[in-house]
Ligand binder design. Sequence first.
Ligand code: ACO
Length: 453
Amino acid sequence: PPEVGIVAMEVYFPSQYVEQSELEQFDGVSSGKYTIGLGQSRMGFCSDREDVNSLCLTVVQRLVERTGISYTQIGRLEVGTETIIDKSKSVKTVLMQLFEGSGNTDVEGIDTTNACFGGTAALMNAVNWIESSYWDGRYALVIAADIAVYASGNARCTGGAGAIAMLVGPNAPLVLERGVRSCHMEHAYDFYKPDMASEYPVVDGKLSIQCYLHALDCCYQTYSKKAKQAGILQGSSVLDIADAFCFHQPYCKLVMKSFARLMLNDFLKDPNPDFEGRYAGLESFRNVKLEEAYFDRSVEGAFMTSSKSLYEAKTKPSTCLAVQVGNMYTPSLYGGLASYIACNTLESIAGKRVVLFSYGSGSASAMFSLRVTEDRSPGSALEKLVSSLSDLQQRLDSRQKVAPPDFDSCMKLREETHHLAPYNPVGPVDSLFPGTWYLTSIDGMHRRKYERK
Ligand code: ACO
């Protein structure tokens, strides 16, 4: 089968944000809790004008317009989301409206859901399709989109919203590596959405962190083993063979802790740790048990210090979008990948290996990797990908800041009008980015209508 990967990417985030330092004051928590303690600086949010359908319409149309592909060239389209507004009708079917003019209805795929993992499951499905006998030579389009909102309280500051579209096909600038994809799947009640009438999850914050770190340990160990078998890893640490690590990013402090945890895993497994080099000063941690160290501050602190320079080189560049938008849920990991690409040049990114860790509560997780191609010639797919993401920071800077009381009213309005029918949204249209799809009405039969700005 052909080598398969990500050909093009499109990122969409809301045009409005709240400043985390102002939210700290508004929520009456100590100054620094959200900004330093969790590592977040801004949080994007949507008014009642946007829902998961509109986010996906926006990101798909932008990708098609900017890449110049035709809707007839797409043979598979699927959406990973945990923002459920209909228990039966998929978001994918809503997106088929964009295909109407092209006459193409022969498009496989529907929606996939498991918390923040749905986008990764959709990507795996797309890749599997292209590698299979059912592939008809066309592209697959994978969408990850969510509106992440929490009830008021300590989790609210870890919300976010956004959508990412990935065009998947052969001859891609980002090629998925075969033979190393590793999963960890387990039953857990760490974060779930049993209340069908509410947008909010039920969340056990501490347990969700523990589940995330446990899944990371398992995926990393399996990935390391498979990388050895595949001949990708010759030495003892995957940290040495990957140029970048992108994580699912609920908040950025957890990403720093996660990177440190990879080093802890390597250290505990290493029969001959180098106490003169990478593991200097870590002698006393030789007998640490992973499952007893999820919240051990001395272990956490020591390994975060030892891994700091590697973290800054290999992971920090991928946190740009998450620090400024928040947890987008399914797009979070791919926002990390987009951020990594956006902060590189064509020369600096060519040939690099990126390891990705995807986590969805409940829980489903995976670690996999991709190689950036070496072909950096003008007009190459890699050049197009890098230049298409180069305006990311500028787009983040062009957003509108909203004061916490107005953000709070917006959340209350969403809460009160969620699933109301008929309903006419009242949020501003002026502040949306040009090209954004928005909700104009919901009729008495819950049918939603949209327009594009
Ligand atoms: N200055 C600097 N740091 C501070 C300050 C301050 N003034 N105040 C607190 N902190 C630090 C704390 O020490 C802590 O850091 P540490 O754990 O590294 O020591 C951090 O800020 C957070 O403070 P906590 O008291 O632990 O925060 P709290 O328990 O209130 O909430 C949580 C954090 C659990 C993440 C909550 O926001 C939540 O439930 N979020 C949703 C769940 C989530 O994101 N889970 C992650 C994986 S699952 C998923 O993706 C949904």
